[in-house]
Design a protein around this ligand. Structure first.
Ligand SMILES: Cc1cc2nc3c(=O)[nH]c(=O)nc-3n(C[C@H](O)[C@H](O)[C@H](O)COP(=O)(O)OP(=O)(O)OC[C@H]3O[C@@H](n4cnc5c(N)ncnc54)[C@H](O)[C@@H]3O)c2cc1C
Length: 403
């Protein structure tokens, strides 16, 4: 890095969807901004996500439409415009990202039809939710027995690694990888100094009018460096996800609804290099399995597949498990948020930001932008090491597959 790349309008710390979308927005607005990350881009939650661009139906299943449903209702259309190469003002062109499925499905175990219908009818849901007629029960759902109701939900599902590449690509000259962030200090006159250690061990500093913390779980130590108390501002909620692969598994995207208001099983799918379909299993299975060892969680996954989608599972299936924490901001009253959280620190010169959902990254970037002082643009390029893109979960090293 140049010792002093000039006074920037914003330094963003963290290279997941929140940091990258915010970087693209600030650059589109003509601000000078740089993003620093300590790992490959997307490492952490973003590439580990299920890539569903929620429009709120999942949140409306509890009955009354919540604030979350309303905030998230506009997201699928907004993302679709970006994915089609026709982004709205200040949004990025994401036509290079891969859409794994243009829509997903909700399917029930018997007895829950009316709850889905009521949620779908909520005024907070803009995303069309339509029950499949008997003649539409094709493909994987063609095997579902009578009594299983299936709904089509116009929420796309993305390949998160391709999303990271599409967001980062045009801004790569503003992105650097560092070994660590060592200090975030006020400089007087409304500026902040960020001290970093580069990959080669050398120290460097950036000066900026604002610093945006977008490091997911890594925001904890950064909040403390900026003088805040992490335990008041954020929480981490663990998940024990499961991967299932098999030559005869069909692609499947959606949620199986059980008795609870949260899906008992969420399934998204990729194809691996060997041409096998890999199911990524989350929802209630991943929440309930947090206390289980890998073998126990694999057994729980087999039981859940048998209960939720026995009609879709064909052939031999191998399973592996993956632990990952969700990092979320807390509201002022300590409660869990429905929407992105942007908390000012250091008199507003530092913003700690959590999108709450990948789907809400556009909303987060909008709120960060609104909270920043006017930009002045300019600033030279800098020459830090460029990060790569983290692998998708099924490609991550160290997974233990078992029959
Ligand atoms: C299993 C799972 C499934 C999910 N599925 C969905 C879904 O289907 N749809 C949806 O909308 N949301 C989903 N989410 C939520 C979504 O993934 C997150 O809300 C979102 O990815 C958070 O993005 P982020 O950029 O804030 O954090 P992250 O993606 O965690 O990125 C933070 C980055 O900051 C870097 N970093 C850490 N420390 C530092 C530091 N000191 N300095 C600089 N950089 C640092 C990290 O290495 C990381 O790359 C899911 C989450 C999980 C865990």
């Amino acid at each position: 890095m140049n010792a002093t790349p000039g006074m920037l309008d914003a330094v963003i710390l963290g290279g997941g969807v929140a940091g990258l979308w915010t970087l693209r927005r600030l650059l589109a607005e003509g601000r000078s901004a740089a993003l620093l990350t300590t790992t490959d881009l997307g490492a952490g939650q973003t590439v580990a996500s299920q890539g569903i661009i929620h429009g709120g139906i999942k949140y409306a299943l509890g009955g009354a439409a919540t604030a979350a449903s309303r905030a998230i209702a506009a997201m699928p259309d907004r993302w679709r415009a970006c994915l089609a190469g026709r982004p709205g003002p200040m949004d990025p062109d994401l036509s290079a990202a891969s859409v794994l499925a243009g829509e997903q499905h909700l399917w029930t175990t018997p007895g829950l039809v009316s709850r889905v219908a009521a949620a779908a009818a909520s005024k907070a849901i803009r995303t069309p939710v339509e029950r499949l007629g008997a003649e539409e029960m094709r493909g994987v759902f063609g095997r579902a027995p009578a009594g299983v109701a299936v709904y089509r939900v116009a929420e796309p599902v993305l390949d998160a690694a391709s999303l990271v590449r599409a967001l980062a690509g045009p801004a790569m000259d503003r992105i650097g990888k560092v070994r660590s962030v060592e200090a975030i200090e006020p400089m007087g006159a409304g500026a902040v100094r960020v001290d970093v250690r580069r990959g080669d061990g050398a120290r460097a500093e950036l000066q900026s009018r604002a610093v945006v913390l977008c490091a997911g779980g890594g925001n904890g130590p950064l909040v403390e460096l900026a003088g805040g108390r992490a335990s008041d501002l954020m929480q981490q909620r663990p998940l024990h996800m499961v991967l299932a692969r098999g030559a005869e598994l069909p692609p499947l995207f959606g949620h199986c609804l059980g008795a609870s208001t949260t899906p008992r099983l969420t399934v998204t799918s990729w194809a691996d290099a060997a041409g096998r379909v890999v199911w990524y299993l989350g929802g209630g299975l991943a929440e309930r399995g947090v206390g289980l060892e890998a073998a126990g969680q694999r057994a729980a996954a087999r039981a859940e597949l048998n209960a939720s989608v026995p009609w879709a599972v064909r052939g031999a299936v191998e399973l592996a498990t993956l632990r990952i924490d969700r990092a979320e901001g807390l509201r002022a009253d300590g409660s869990r948020p429905d929407e992105p959280v942007v908390t000012p620190l250091m008199g507003g010169r530092v913003l700690a930001a959590w999108p709450t959902k990948l789907a809400q990254a556009p909303l987060l970037a909008e709120r960060v932008s609104a909270a920043l002082p006017a930009g002045s643009g300019g600033a030279e390029a800098f020459d830090l090491e460029r990060p790569g893109v983290a692998p998708l979960p099924f490609d991550a090293p160290g997974l233990e597959w078992a029959a």
